[in-house]
Design a protein around this ligand. Structure first.
Ligand code: NAD
Ligand code: UDP
Length: 330
């Protein structure tokens, strides 16, 4: 039996594929390579290049593979871009999910683990955020992920397709041996941008907003190592394989770091000065996002190994210094 990883050539997907294979799973990957890289995919996985919105292509993959569960990463995920191009996000993310669920239903595949996001909560009324807190997104990306969660709920009611929605907070780091890592173009996430400055690829870091209601005025986020996240997907697949009900889990560390604190940790992890300047707020950014993730620990048995942002950044720095140009062209 095979786990089908949608978007498995991307940053989090490739680390999850690698972890699944190291844990003994047989893995097939679907990716249209719009932001993914063939070189990121563990060579023991079978890579099908195509779009999850292409139903004939997806049917063909489901015909060729004996799929026991689906892990779904295939989406657009850049908040500022989603503010400018909301329909592009609804098309890829929501249309994609309709197709995935329809084909799963046709082929009687009943388990799906889904990359959801802290962005589904929007500006929280309280932190740490619990899974039961209101979900009121402040940007179209978060809205698309919330809609995808709701679609899975109704597909469960109607077709018995069970899901685990993993609501990631801020993901960072890379496999510590430096063999795979984060390579987005353009890069928009804080940690890889800071490391681009540290490695001389970018002149300085712009910190978006210093007038938020946080201790130092910059946004506060909750960082998780990408391999800890990958482990949570394996646990979620086991949870579903054991016949448990659909559910949602936050994945974070319950500790918040401000953008200035992340910059300081990166200076320590890299030994570089990393010039920075304050810049205006970025539209759509909630002030503080911190996860209560005790539910994932208790129910899934998740036990993240990285609890130190400097150590997380050090693994990303290893990838950056060993792959200054990122992955080779697809
Ligand atoms: P990524 O862009 O590196 O990976 C997404 C992958 O999906 C890429 O390989 C891309 O080519 C593929 N893809 C996109 N649309 C597709 C389509 N229609 N058909 C086939 N393949 C398609 O992103 P990532 O950082 O690895 O994030 C993965 C998932 O995790 C996303 O869904 C994102 O919403 C979610 N997430 C990420 C973060 C984070 O901090 N990176 C936080 C919360 C949630
Ligand atoms: N950020 C920043 N400068 C950058 C990129 C990001 O100040 O060049 C800030 C961003 O405004 C947010 C935090 O870093 O407060 C994390 O942003 P990222 O895009 O990494 O993740 P998000 O929290 O949006 O999922």
């Amino acid at each position: 039996m095979t786990v089908l990883v949608l978007g498995g050539a991307g940053y989090i997907g490739s680390h999850t594929v690698d972890t699944l294979i190291n844990d003994g799973y047989d893995v097939a990957v679907v990716d249209n390579l719009i932001t993914g890289h063939t070189a990121a995919v563990n060579q023991k996985a079978r890579l099908y290049i195509g779009d999850v919105r292409d139903k004939d292509f997806m049917r063909n993959v489901f015909q060729q593979e004996d799929i026991e569960g689906v892990v779904h990463f295939a989406a657009f995920s850049v908040v500022p871009e989603s503010m400018k191009l909301p329909l592009k996000y609804f098309d890829n993310n929501i249309t994609g999910m309709i197709n995935v669920l329809e084909v799963m239903n046709e082929f009687d595949v009943k388990n799906i683990v889904f990359s959801s996001s802290a962005a589904t909560y929007g500006e929280p009324k309280q932190v740490p955020i619990k899974e039961t807190d209101p979900q009121v997104p402040t940007n179209p990306y978060g809205e698309s992920k919330l809609t995808m969660e709701k679609m899975m709920h109704w597909a469960d009611v109607a077709h018995g397709i069970k899901f685990v929605a993993l609501r990631y907070f801020n993901v960072a780091g890379a496999k510590p041996d430096g063999s795979i890592g984060e390579d987005h173009n353009p890069e928009t996430h804080l940690v890889p941008i800071i490391l681009q400055v540290a490695s001389g690829k970018r002149q300085k870091l712009q910190i978006f907003g210093d007038d938020y209601p946080t201790p130092d005025g910059t946004n506060v986020r909750d960082y998780v190592h990408v391999l800890d996240l990958a482990d949570a997907h394996v646990l979620a697949l086991k949870y579903l394989a054991a016949g448990n009900d659909s559910d949602a889990f936050n994945l974070g560390s319950a500790t918040g770091f401000s953008n200035l604190e992340i910059l300081e940790a990166a200076r320590k992890a890299t030994g570089k000065e990393i010039p920075s300047e304050m810049a205006p707020r970025r539209p759509g950014d909630p002030s503080t996002l911190i996860a209560a993730s005790d539910k994932a620990r208790k129910v899934l048995g998740w036990s993240p190994k990285y609890d130190d942002v400097e150590a997380i950044i050090a693994t990303a720095w290893k990838w950056t210094t060993t792959h200054p140009e990122g992955y080779p062209q697809n």
